[in-house]
Write a protein that binds this ligand. Structure first.
Ligand code: FUB
Length: 363
């Protein structure tokens, strides 16, 4: 398998591909200067799920594509149909863009919208988890989001999809966390276009809301957490609620858009604490909450990334080379919500374990 390695230049300590340097704006339309530069410029990428496998860094992003579909609350403009994997030896080093690792045409059950993926490794096999709409049709003429799994002997793929989505899966944005005891958990879900609000009663409501439950004084919809079976291809139980509590121990309410869960779960463990991180969607923050159990509940701690350029914000956090890193995305290359580019910046903690908030623009 041959991969194309494109020359890199160093900007702000982060590798940037040498293509089209003269066309990359160094300031946002409002004049603010970016904190970091796109990891790659040869394709549009978003929703970066980073992992260290056998000493190398792999990023499993969404592969954004141009479309004439206008922006809407369902996210129809995010019309992605395949995945490409990014690889680098170290943060700041050259980035390899892999070939197509999985295309929707190779997934028997899926129809469209290959959204934010994640990956895991176990016993010589790499697992790619991905959401996509199935072939059913709802009131909007669209399929229901399910979560699929595909496998490969290489972290770059190509991946072979299982014939059916994971039984019991729904909604989107899978993120798989493996604890020190070897047990793996999938965190998933997203409201609005991610359809979580249509699953409130455990089955899909085809006529449900396209946004949320419109119950601002009730506990917010939560992301989901479920333990994976040892085969890494199936759920060991019915998904549970990943509850986020405020400092008084009360659930965050649906109307609290600065703090409630919207999409983009990611979990990591540090100092014995589980950090449950997520996006607030329409208020554009990346938030975190901590707990002492992978199932939660998690106590809300704050924002750790202020709004980026673009509507969505989605991320992953890894530790490598003795430092913690935040992979995120904005729209520096296109200034279009659906054509994003992934970035990386260092993440720092205070002595009490709280995260130092990051402004994606330099003061
Ligand atoms: O990339 C499509 C969707 O936008 C993702 O699944 C969400 O997390 C948001 O980033």
């Amino acid at each position: 398998m041959a991969y194309r390695v494109i020359g890199a230049v160093m900007m702000c300590g982060v590798a940037t591909l040498a293509l089209a340097q003269d066309r990359i704006p160094d300031r946002a339309p409002d004049g603010r200067k970016y904190l970091s530069q796109p990891l790659v410029t040869s394709i549009y990428t978003a929703d970066p799920s980073a992992h260290v496998f056998a000493g190398k860094i792999y990023v499993y992003p969404s592969h954004d594509v141009p479309t004439a579909i206008p922006d809407d609350d369902l996210g129809n403009e995010y019309a992605m149909h395949d995945y490409r994997v990014l690889r680098m030896d170290r943060i700041g080093g050259p980035v390899t863009v892999g070939p197509v690792a999985l295309d929707v045409k190779q997934v028997p059950w899926a129809s469209q919208q290959m959204w934010a993926p994640d990956a895991a490794y176990k016993n010589g096999t790499y697992y790619l988890y991905f959401p996509a709409r199935d072939k059913a049709r709802d009131k909007n003429g669209l399929g229901t989001f399910r979560i699929g799994v595909a496998t490969s002997k290489s972290p770059m793929g190509p991946f072979k999809a299982e014939p059916k989505p994971i039984a019991g899966s729904f909604s989107m944005d899978p993120a798989v966390f493996t604890d020190q005891d070897g047990k793996s958990y999938m965190y998933f879900g997203g409201i609005w276009g991610g359809q979580l609000q249509r699953w409130k009663n455990g089955t899909f409501d085809p006529n449900g809301s396209d946004t949320d439950l419109h119950q601002d004084d009730q506990p917010a919809l939560t992301g989901k957490v479920v333990r994976m079976n040892a085969d890494m291809k199936s759920f060991a139980e019915t998904p549970r609620d990943a509850v986020i509590l405020d400092e008084q121990g009360k659930p965050i309410l649906g109307g609290d858009h600065d703090r409630r869960f919207f999409e983009a779960s990611w979990v990591f463990k540090r100092g014995g604490h589980y950090y449950y991180t997520y996006s607030t969607g329409d208020t554009h923050f990346l938030n975190y909450a901590t707990g002492t159990n992978p199932y939660g509940p998690f106590t809300y701690r704050g924002h750790f990334l202020l709004p980026v350029q673009g509507w969505t914000t989605h991320h992953s956090i890894i530790q490598t080379g003795g430092k913690w890193w935040l992979f995120y995305a904005d729209t520096q290359l296109s200034n279009k919500n659906h054509l994003r580019n992934v970035k990386v910046t260092e993440l720092s903690f205070n002595a009490d374990g709280t995260i130092k908030p990051i402004d994606p623009f330099v003061k």
